[in-house]
Design a protein around this ligand. Sequence first.
Ligand code: ATP
Ligand code: MG
Length: 436
Amino acid sequence: MCSTIRNTLEFREWALPLCVFGIIGAVMKAQKIETKVSQVILVHYGEIALKGKNRPLFERALRDNLERAGKHLGAGTPRRGAGHFVVPVEAGADPRALAARLVHVPGVAWLAAARTCSHDPDAIGAQVLEMATRDGDGSFRIEARRSNKDYPLTSMDLNRQVGAQVVSATGRPVDLTTPKDTYGIEVGYRHTYIFSERLTGLGGLPVGVSGTLISLLSGGIDSPVAAWKMMKRGCRIAFVHFFNDTEGRGGVREKIEDLVRILSLTQGPSRLHVVPFGEVQRRIIQFVPARYRMLVYRRLMFRLAEPIREDEGARGFVTGDSVGQVASQTLANMQVIYDASPVTVLSPLAGENKEEIILTARKIGTYDTSILPYPDCCSYLISPHPATRASLEDVVAMEGFEVEDVMRAALKETETLILGETPAFDTADLPSASRR
Ligand code: ATP
Ligand code: MG
């Protein structure tokens, strides 16, 4: 008696979803829903989904950024789904290359090169089975989710049904914790999407939604990382480099331009302003005592960059300062330096150790270029005994020398370049995003 009841329950457990499967399949066929398989990139965004009234603005920015980043690799116009974007992959384009490119777009939580499928459970099962057969042997897991909440089957039902189908056809074992392969199923409203590899994105916010910042880009390891971090928080970055043409600085221009090109993989084409700084430096060396030179040098950078900031409509500056790393980066000196700027100065690396900064530089692909040798700044600016607790009054008093004329000339001779992605800095140069 007991076993009859148990059998009946077990029968219900598997028979009910099967019946529903049959009904959905029949409905799909009756409605002649498009069953042609096409390739897409399924893009999920995390944080921007939480932004209440600003959500449409953030979604538009992400859509535009995805479209621009993927255009030359065969991406069509992204379509918004329920909590995700679907980027069509044009015929002949390589979905994996496109996925590898789009995963560098800030705001993307994760994405996957996926195939579209109808909602028909038989069709879903057949497509997953094809992938599972292609992948050979080893354990697997099915990870279904429904962004279409009207879909009559639960994610669990799909996991069980499709999993059972794969087990019976291939003999591959299920492992829910550490499987060799994971097959994703996402039931949307228009299509169901099937994929086998998920790439983890940067998260954060789409570039543009937080306004513009001016990055003071030195060519060292730190300032490119600082700029990248602010891109990830939705800031569009315009770059300013103060170019010291007084020493043999062959290769510096190329190095700075290369850094901007690499960073343009994250935000798209970027503007770089190159300000000739040699004359200003010579005046500093002539008029300022050695221990204060670095402070005056850095304050004058802010003063010189100010008209560029206004032209760019930027709300603030971003620098690569890290507290205590060099003498100009004691808290007291940072206060004196930043006082020369009328707007916010952000230093996203303030609390990071050099090793942490290097790790990020490697991840974003700037490290190898940053470490190319070049004279960082004129050796006369570096004092063996720099002031580490300068007072603002003292430093301001030392700025009284005649420098306006050379600053005006420097601004007049400033060159502005627009740099974008080039094949030389394709995603192949970047360490791949984490996969699972
Ligand atoms: P980085 O590795 O970014 O050069 P750093 O630790 O070597 O930083 P400094 O050389 O003192 O420190 O520079 C501090 C910050 O000042 C830099 O991160 C950058 O934002 C700015 N800066 C320094 N030199 C220049 C320059 N030539 N042009 C533009 N900005 C500069
Ligand atoms: Mg430096």
